[in-house]
Design a protein around this ligand. Structure first.
Ligand SMILES: *[C@@H]1O[C@H](CO)[C@@H](O)[C@H](O)[C@H]1NC(C)=O
Ligand SMILES: *[C@@H]1O[C@H](CO)[C@@H](O)[C@H](O)[C@H]1NC(C)=O
Length: 164
């Protein structure tokens, strides 16, 4: 789904900048998942391993366990509401991490462009974030593959922003 569609969906659902900022000020912690992290600077790259909707969740860290995505009824990448906006992050320690399935806003700002995507974390990473190719391209106005890696700001969001 293109990012602009996501923005329109959010507007249609009545979310406003004011509601967002109120959620941040209230220290929203993503449904009690992990420590409160409102916003952080991250390094983002991409890997086509997250592009294929048919990949079963058993292939990623956020598979089983009571915190895994399979416990919530999801089966493969395509079943994740934000797919293809999925990826791995170093905040996920591994299997059964309480951070599995968190909804994050990634914001990219360059001199001439600025864009935002909402993404569900499905996997662990050693360092930084690694997202699908379409997510990388939509985050950077189509320049993701060319840039390879970018700095972005990640912000923990209410699960509703990711359709969960
Ligand atoms: C991210 O980095 C910028 C500039 O380097 C800094 O001004 C900002 O406070 C940082 N934000 C976070 C959330 O760490
Ligand atoms: C997963 O983590 C939770 C605590 O967050 C724990 O209760 C549970 O036993 C762990 N393991 C499995 C397999 O669910």
């Amino acid at each position: 789904m293109p990012i602009h569609t996501v923005s329109r969906v959010l507007l249609a659902a009545g979310f406003t900048a004011t509601a967002l900022s109120a959620a941040s000020q209230a220290g929203f912690a993503g449904g009690g998942h992990g420590p409160v992290v409102i916003s952080r600077n991250i390094s983002v790259s991409y890997d086509p391993v997250y592009d294929n909707g048919a990949t079963p969740l058993s292939k990623v860290a956020c598979s089983g366990g009571s915190n895994g995505l399979m416990a919530k009824g999801y089966t493969d990448f395509a079943s994740i509401p934000t797919f293809p906006y999925i990826g791995s992050a170093d905040i996920v320690e591994g299997y059964n991490s309480t951070r599995c399935g968190e909804c994050w806003e990634l914001k990219y700002e360059a001199p001439t462009v600025k864009d935002v995507i909402y993404l569900i974390v499905v996997d662990a990473a050693e360092k930084g974030w690694t997202i699908s190719t379409p997510a990388m391209n939509d985050l950077t106005y189509g320049e993701g593959e060319e840039l390879g890696r970018v700095n972005a700001v990640a912000r923990l969001m209410p699960q509703s922003y990711c359709g969960m």
